[in-house]
Design a protein around this ligand. Structure first.
Ligand code: GLC
Ligand code: CA
Length: 562
């Protein structure tokens, strides 16, 4: 190989001499709290690993893959809901918050998973779903059984409008499509901002508040390191449940971001802080303005929240720079760490998005099936990995990001499971395309996801995933997995050695470049290669650096003089 070509393999050797604290056990030693710079890996439980061969991921499967997660180099795991559920919305419809769904395992298995994860130096965050429960939850069943049951007050039951009450109580629409109200046998209606199987809880009822604080304690007592809060902005509703009207202000909707919601999190924070260790709340806060968003991250509320503004941004330098600046500035106001995320179980995998003409993500218009150049998308996804892992703060990695998986866009409609498909009247394929079970090994489905060759994963895996398995990528020093492993290892040293500040370097309109102390990250958005500032000091690159030049659609990390 010519001297002036910097290949990632050389970089890997180099990175071994950096601080290696990978085998540490969680502790709350002095120094910045772990969550301020954590790499948190999202496990979509149904699709991560299936131990018993029924085609659905389970807790025993996760336990068996903990060495993989340790070797990947992440700090913590966030697991999507594992509770007892009829699975009308893949577990986001909880029937018993204190037990594990038998599809996934049992409470003893969950406790074993928590303690195994800790033994591997991985923290574990569980999903809590407080906005709604399942229609099979005992409270809702009791509420349905009698209009005078006290459980009715824990939901939103109202009479309908019109002479015979046959019209919904207001004009709210479900996020999954259709009206947000369903009528029951006695003629009244109940509110569900998601599927009808997910009745919204009434957080003005003190029993609801007491119950959830008790649920938090139940899991904190079992050693979890924190909670990802589902629909954190949605719990309170405006008094009187007024109509939204024809042209609502998205920043002032009666069903989200009501000011009273913050008191709930202050109260939860007191519960969390009464436990030992650094435990955390991570909010799913989708709101239109930064001013609304940061209120959730005040010092006595949540620790962290997903940066959806970054996830939604197009793959363009000016747009990304603006989001990064905005993110850093708004988090500084409340002294919370910024976070970065490219994909999750509700979006379109970014390898696919970045190969499209329009690379932005819009929850309301996911553009399923829009043409995508996956080779280009993969190059950009590699660069995006280095960009997000270099930025100050925390990062969320969705399972399969590290394999560069693309959205699966050809699942036969008869196999689609996401309620979005039916509720949108077959116009929105929903989120199944990013939830297909992971490929671990072998040449054919189930690709080691389930034991044995005959198991049928709950969603079909594409045949071409035989080239994307963990087995194949672990043996290839140029793979996406190899890149993530090196970058995550490097990132530990980076965060230990560099402060939270970021300084932009000006390398032309097609590049994004910044430094943190003696470290720099350069991303080239193309179309031409660019000259790197310190080409001999490249420590990691998403593509081959030749003659000191970084190719289009790639990124490099370098050491630079301070
Ligand atoms: C959140 C979850 C999503 C779920 C919804 C309702 O947005 O991420 O998967 O469908 O809440 O619980
Ligand atoms: Ca299983």
């Amino acid at each position: 190989m010519p001297e002036d070509r910097v290949m990632p393999d050389r970089v890997m050797v180099e990175s071994r001499v950096l601080t290696d604290d990978r085998d540490r056990v969680p502790s709350s030693d002095a120094g910045p709290a772990w969550w301020r710079s954590a790499a948190i890996y999202q496990i979509y439980v149904r699709s991560f690993a299936d131990a018993n061969g029924d085609g659905i991921g389970d807790l025993a499967g996760i336990r068996s893959r903990l060495p993989y997660l340790r070797d990947l180099g992440v700090d913590a795991l966030w697991l999507t809901p594992w509770y007892v559920s009829p699975m009308a919305d893949a577990g986001y419809d909880v029937a018993d918050y204190r037990d594990i769904d038998p599809i996934f395992g049992d409470l003893a298995e969950a406790e074993a998973l928590i303690s195994d994860a800790h033994a591997y130096g991985l923290r574990l965050i569980v999903d809590i779903v407080p906005n709604h429960c399942s229609d099979r939850h005992p409270w809702f069943q009791a509420a349905l059984a009698s209009p005078t049951a006290p459980e009715r007050g824990r939901f939103w039951f109202l009479p309908g409008r019109g002479d015979d009450g046959s019209l919904p109580p207001n004009d709210w629409r479900s996020y999954f499509g259709g009206p947000a109200w369903t009528r029951v046998d006695d003629g009244s209606w109940y509110l569900h901002m998601f599927a009808p199987e997910q009745p919204d809880l009434n957080w003005e009822d003190s029993a609801v508040r007491a119950e959830f604080e008790d649920i938090l304690r139940f899991w904190l007592d079992r050693g979890v390191d924190g909670f990802r809060i589902d629909v954190a902005h949605g719990l309170m509703k405006a008094a009187g449940l007024p109509d939204v009207g024809a042209d609502p202000d998205p920043a002032d909707l009666p069903y989200q971001d009501r000011p009273e919601v913050h008191e709930i999190y202050r109260s939860w924070r007191r519960v969390l802080d009464s436990y030992d260790g650094d435990r955390v709340f991570v909010g799913e806060v989708w709101l239109p303005t930064p001013a609304q968003f940061i209120e959730y991250l005040r010092p006595d509320e949540l620790h962290s929240a997903f940066n959806f503004e970054f996830l939604c941004a197009p793959w363009e330098p000016a747009a990304l720079r603006a989001v990064i600046d905005d993110t850093v500035a708004k988090h500084a106001v409340v002294a919370a760490p910024p976070t970065w995320v490219l994909s999750n179980h509700d979006t379109i995998r970014h390898t696919t998005r970045y190969g499209r003409d329009d690379t932005a993500f819009d929850m309301g218009n996911k553009r399923h099936g829009a043409p995508s150049d996956l080779e280009l998308g993969t190059r950009r996804a590699r660069a995006a990995a280095l960009l997000t892992l270099a930025l100050p703060g925390g990062v969320y990695i969705y399972q399969g990001d590290e394999l560069g998986l693309a959205e699966v866009e050809d699942i036969p409609v008869g196999l689609l499971q996401d309620p979005t498909w039916a509720r949108s009247g077959g116009t929105d394929r929903g989120r199944d395309g990013c939830r297909v079970p992971l490929p671990w090994s072998g040449d054919a489905a189930p690709f080691g996801f389930s034991p044995g060759a005959d198991a049928r994963p709950w969603l079909p895996q594409p045949a071409e995933w035989k080239c994307a398995t963990v087995e194949v990528q672990a043996a290839d020093g140029e793979s996406m997995l190899a890149l993530y492993r090196r970058a995550l290892r490097w990132r530990r040293a980076l965060h230990a050695q560099c402060g939270p500040d970021l300084e932009w370097l000006e390398l032309g309109a097609a590049a994004l470049a910044f430094r943190r102390g003696g470290f720099a990250c350069v991303v080239n958005f193309g179309p031409d290669s660019i000259r790197l500032p310190a080409p001999d000091e490249v420590v990691l690159a998403s593509d081959v650096v030749t003659d000191g030049r970084l190719p289009a659609d790639s990124a490099a990390w370098l050491r630079i003089p301070q």
